[in-house]
Design a protein around this ligand. Structure first.
Ligand code: SAH
Ligand code: SF4
Length: 344
């Protein structure tokens, strides 16, 4: 079986070409054709040598994940169900903001973290995705966008907030990020990419030295360990006192924040006391708080909070001069909103 071209970072492709007896400089032409032009046919750029052509096109495949199903919501959010070569499936969501789009990528089939409020978590982990399967979601969505929406529409932001815990699949997510930001590849700005984590410490320990300088978001959901553990079981092993100080070291540059996602659940973590404790934990740090009213899914025990509670929570955080927003729910009618994805 052929292996995929889309598994390689730019440097890895150069090494691959050299090891096969070719010239490393040719990697630029290949990245240009397959990423910048988003083509899966053999590269026709002048200057590609016969030798490189042979190395690349006799051994590598350019297959993208297959779109099994597409659902479009009234708000123009699009949810894709992709299937991979082994028949496993994930969901990917394209979210519009005035002709600019954010794509929400999945990093695993299912998730091992088993958070009690998450539809993906209820299915357990089937397997991690390979780099080419992560990049493949981006390329396939981009192709769909060019064919189905006005020519100027572009994907500007990428968030790893789909299915899976990205830091539990560190190597493949990291290589995918390298391709997304490579100036020879997809040329996205590093500050337009956000990786969201439940606080998986082994991955966070590698982040500082190994991950390109993309944004980090921590799913906080409660500043109180006892409550947080009820929502995110790995909090018992990796409590906030270990996770928060580590994450605060990551953002590079003055304007960079750490996003703290706070899922608001009715009568569980939406009280004024919860808001005060959250503000005390985060005041004076690089925090940007993103409040997410819980999105229900079939079979869940949790409920969405009232709008008054969300507003009060917002005001308390804001009174501590911590930047805060309420995430508008997009795509919930097609179960494409945060935490609603499930594919098996
Ligand atoms: N595994 C990573 C990234 C995927 S989840 C993480 O947990 O951070 C992306 C975001 O959606 C997280 O903040 C997660 O807590 C949130 N989320 C999960 N289930 C949700 C639900 N039912 N309603 C709203 N947000 C949810
Ligand atoms: Fe996994 Fe994130 Fe869902 Fe938790 S919230 S089960 S870490 S995908």
């Amino acid at each position: 079986m052929k292996f995929s071209f889309f598994q390689f970072s730019f440097d890895e492709l150069k090494n691959y070409i050299v090891q096969s007896g070719g010239n490393a400089d040719q990697a630029r032409l290949l990245f240009n054709w397959h990423y910048k032009k988003n083509l899966q046919t053999p590269c026709e750029i002048n200057g590609l040598s016969k030798k490189t052509h042979e190395i690349i096109y006799s051994d590598l495949s350019f297959e993208l994940p297959v779109i099994d199903q597409i659902q479009t919501s009234d708000d123009l959010t699009v949810k894709f169900l992709f299937s991979f070569q082994d028949g496993k499936k994930v969901e990917t969501v394209l979210i519009p903001f005035n002709q600019k789009y954010t794509v929400c990528l999945s990093s695993q089939v299912g998730c091992a973290m088993k958070c009690s409020f998450c539809h993906t978590g209820t299915q357990g982990l089937t397997r991690s995705l390979k780099t080419e399967e992560i990049i493949g979601q981006f390329l396939a969505v981009q192709t769909w966008l060019t064919q189905n929406r006005p020519a100027d529409d572009r994907i500007l932001n990428v968030v790893f907030m789909g299915q899976g815990e990205p830091l539990h699949n560190f190597d493949h997510v990291k290589t995918a990020v390298e391709i997304l930001i490579s100036q020879h590849g997809l040329s996205l700005a590093d500050h337009k990419i956000t990786i969201s984590t439940s606080g998986y410490l082994p991955g966070l320990l590698r982040w500082k030295d190994e991950m390109p300088s993309v944004n980090i978001a921590l799913s906080l959901h409660s500043p109180i360990d006892e409550k947080r553990s009820q929502l995110i079981p790995i909090n018992k092993k990796y409590p906030l006192k270990d996770v928060v100080p580590l994450i605060e070291q990551f953002p590079q540059g003055k304007k960079r924040f750490v996003t703290y996602e706070y899922l608001l659940i009715r009568e569980f973590n939406d009280s004024e006391e919860d808001a005060l404790q959250t503000a005390k934990l985060l005041a004076g740090t690089k925090a940007f708080v993103n409040l997410i009213p819980f999105n229900p899914f079939p079979g869940t025990q949790w409920k969405r909070p009232t709008e008054e509670r969300v507003q009060k929570f917002f005001e308390i955080i804001e009174s501590f001069k911590i930047p805060v927003t309420i995430r508008t729910t997009k795509g919930d009618k097609i179960l494409a909103a945060c935490g609603q994805l499930k594919s098996i």
